[in-house]
Design a protein around this ligand. Structure first.
Ligand code: NAP
Length: 357
């Protein structure tokens, strides 16, 4: 394409925001024209304001950019990636959508809205049709699309594959969440070092609600949540990146371990979107995988890994799933959503044509 689509990263100095900056640095369709932050960062150069945690360098085109105000529509950008705290996103994102911006959000504030798509392109791209209802109800010229909670993202890939093939009736999930999931400064080192904390505020409810919405069916203009029972227990563990979840799953139709593994392995990706992994669900056959340190970067952090598939004497099968929480579970997921919006024409015909060129 000749000219890239101008974008902004809201909350660009945070844990997820810098992941956005890094993923957008060489993006074929998008170009960062603004990053925003809180009063702490406003007016400072990005390279000075950000506490950069990634092992790659700060992209040169952003390093000297001045950080804009976080609650205003950035000038020059049409598409906004939001990594704002939920309390800020609650008011700011609808205002921006009303002003005509396309908002791809990571915040939890609007995920469960009945007219707001909670989207993963490989799972529920058809839920995008909620945007028509959103615009009718709210009169916005812009829109909001959200990406799910990071733990729910790792859990929903194997569930989608199994639900389509056998029907899922029950799920019990025990998550082991990385510390980067709490943002910066996040959990105090004195609390997490040499320890596991069996509590993450609101995480268990989000996993249950969002999983059922993601796997829900479009019925008229709304989503009917999937009927499966989902129970989750969330723990914070001393791992930098990568949320692991141990799942026990009850199925409606009988199968065996080979049937489950073959179904998971056959789960396909989406085509034509630059950030889409060719294999979004990778099945590991080793007895001790997936592991955060070894498997979180699979397919540039965009694939979910699953392994340890075994029969379960409580429900039918158990397995372990892993997602890179700040890539697939946050910035990478929202980026893929934005690419789908472009491909589907939500940023206008010119953007769609440029992207398909
Ligand atoms: N971390 C994850 O794995 C993950 C996964 C999925 C979703 N999320 C969600 O993504 C969002 C960002 O999370 P995070 O982990 O990146 O948090 P974080 O590290 O605390 O970053 C928060 C960002 O928001 C900015 N900010 C704070 N208060 C603001 C205000 N009043 N106005 C404008 N900007 C403000 C901060 O700017 P300053 O640096 O200038 O203060 C910073 O850029 C949250 O809603 C979180 O729940 C996180």
């Amino acid at each position: 394409m000749t000219e890239k689509i101008p974008v902004a990263v809201l909350g660009g100095t945070g844990a997820v925001g810098q992941r956005f900056v890094s993923l957008l640095a060489d993006h074929p369709w998008f170009e960062i024209v603004s990053v925003t932050g809180s009063k702490r960062s406003e007016g400072r150069q990005y390279g000075e304001a950000v506490r950069w945690h990634l092992s790659t360098e700060i992209p040169p085109m952003v390093r000297e950019m001045q950080v804009d105000r976080g609650d205003e529509g950035p000038k020059g950008a049409q598409l906004l990636f939001s990594a704002l705290p939920a309390r800020v996103a609650l008011e700011t994102e609808p205002q921006l959508a009303e002003e005509g911006y396309i908002v791809c959000s990571n915040a939890s504030s609007h995920r469960m809205g009945t007219d707001i798509p909670l989207l993963i392109p490989e799972i529920n791209a058809d839920h995008l049709t909620l945007i028509e209802r959103q615009r009718d109800l709210r009169g916005w010229s812009g829109l909001i699309v959200t990406s799910p909670n990071c733990s729910a993202t790792g859990i929903v890939f194997p569930l989608k594959a199994l639900d389509d093939a056998f029907g899922v009736s029950q799920v019990h999930a025990v998550t082991m969440n990385a510390i980067s999931g709490a943002g910066y400064p996040g959990v105090a080192s004195i609390e997490i070092y040499d320890n596991v904390i069996p509590y993450i505020r609101d995480e268990e409810v989000k996993i249950a609600e969002e999983t059922r919405k993601l796997l829900g069916r479009l019925s008229g203009e709304t989503i009917e949540p999937a009927e499966m029972a989902v129970s989750a227990q969330a723990n914070r563990v001393p791992v930098m990146d990568g949320h692991l979840a141990a799942l026990s799953i009850g199925l409606k139709k009988a199968t065996d371990v080979e049937g489950v593994e073959a179904t998971l392995a056959a789960f396909g990706g989406v085509e034509g979107l630059p950030s889409a992994p060719s294999h979004p669900l990778i099945v590991r056959s080793e007895e001790n995988r997936p592991q955060p340190r070894l498997d979180r970067e699979a397919q540039d952090g965009m694939a979910v890994s699953v392994g340890r598939v075994q029969p379960c004497s409580v429900l039918d099968f158990r397995m372990v799933t892993l997602v890179h929480n700040t890539v697939r579970g946050a910035a990478g997921g929202a980026l893929l959503n934005a690419e789908l919006l472009v491909a589907e024409g939500y940023l206008g015909e010119a953007a769609r044509e440029l992207a398909s060129a």
